[in-house]
Design a protein around this ligand. Sequence first.
Ligand SMILES: [Zn+2]
Length: 424
Amino acid sequence: MFSKLVAPHGGRGLVCALLTGEERAAELGKAKGMKQLEISDRAKGDLIMMGIGGFSPLDGFMTKADWKGVCENFQMADGTFWPVPITLDVDKSEGIQEGDEIALVKDGEVFATMHVVEAYEMTTEDKKWECEKVFMGEGEESVDGNFWKIAPDDHPGVIMVQNQKDMNIAGPVKVLSEGEYPVEYPGVYLTPAQTRRMFDERGWANVAALQLRNPMHRSHEFLAKIAVEVCDGVLIHSLIGNLKAGDIPADTRVKAIEILIENYFVKENVINGGYPLDMRYAGPREGLLHATFRQNYGVNHMLIGRDHAGVGDFYGLFEAQEIFDRVPQTGDAAKDLQCKPMKIDWTFYCSECDGMASLRTCPHDKDSRVILSGTKLRKALSEGAEIVDHFGRDEVLDHLKLYYASLTEKVEVKMQGAASGDSM
Ligand SMILES: [Zn+2]
């Protein structure tokens, strides 16, 4: 079938490192004789994405030159756009050398084998530099010398990088498992090849994606519907990898989206899917990563709303939109990011407008608006507080209330300036 969809990033089609059948069995056999390296949840998600082509054109973890280029200027050594380092850290004492073949293991399961082409030191200074390049933003917690006062304790991305071991190893991988995803999320965990086939079957050319890690409230629904109006369809794409404590588990969120689609969308125009990656908490750069891997899924418009992938108050509310205008353009379509941002202003329910609106369409004042945020919704739900009218759809809220009622321990949800509406 002729596809009208955007090509995968990097100009080499979908680069899939996943082995199947006999090839997989043979590699699993070889892996038994290799040095076993225990990996993090983040690395597991990265490997699965390399396996299914979600990280095309990456076929392994980044070399020092790639790491440096990505941090400095969003480009790998060959000039291909990439927004955040995809690296694998190890302890020097493991004694891993260039040329080694090793097995990457998580909880007793071999996820991949790797041919190590480079092992490079990551000093405290290197990590500090990576954090400043990748995580520092324009929000009040990043500027005026605040970043290093606040980030080491409060920025989960910075904490993750600072806790990395003292070396990175680079090289191509052969992926041997998709983890629990195909079994736990049948029909929701979709590979890029699968979403592309689904889009092609529907004859879609222009596809938008809505990134989700919180339950869908009215603003998300509004964003998805704006996209349906101007594109052929929308992929509602939830993170089903690991979240931080206090977040709502993926199965509950995915079911809530199903309920919303069932009751409030034209089904033919929406696909509900999940992807197996962990959050990197990289704010605007994470927005770019969302667009980069969505391109591989066949998406050419990435919905970017207010405080997309925000972390605390480290970023400006629209910084994740603005960063798309600052990334380098080589003029080579294979190397540049082709998935474009669909920038949407701050959205809310307005009683004067009598409907959903944004700062671009609503002339009324704050008192007429219901400020919607995922954090606010989780806070109200976890405290058993009354949910303000128009915050979410009743069918969805009922489902979420069931989840919170089933919890034995109360979850604490911290509010940030960005979620409060104070800056409107
Ligand atoms: Zn209004």
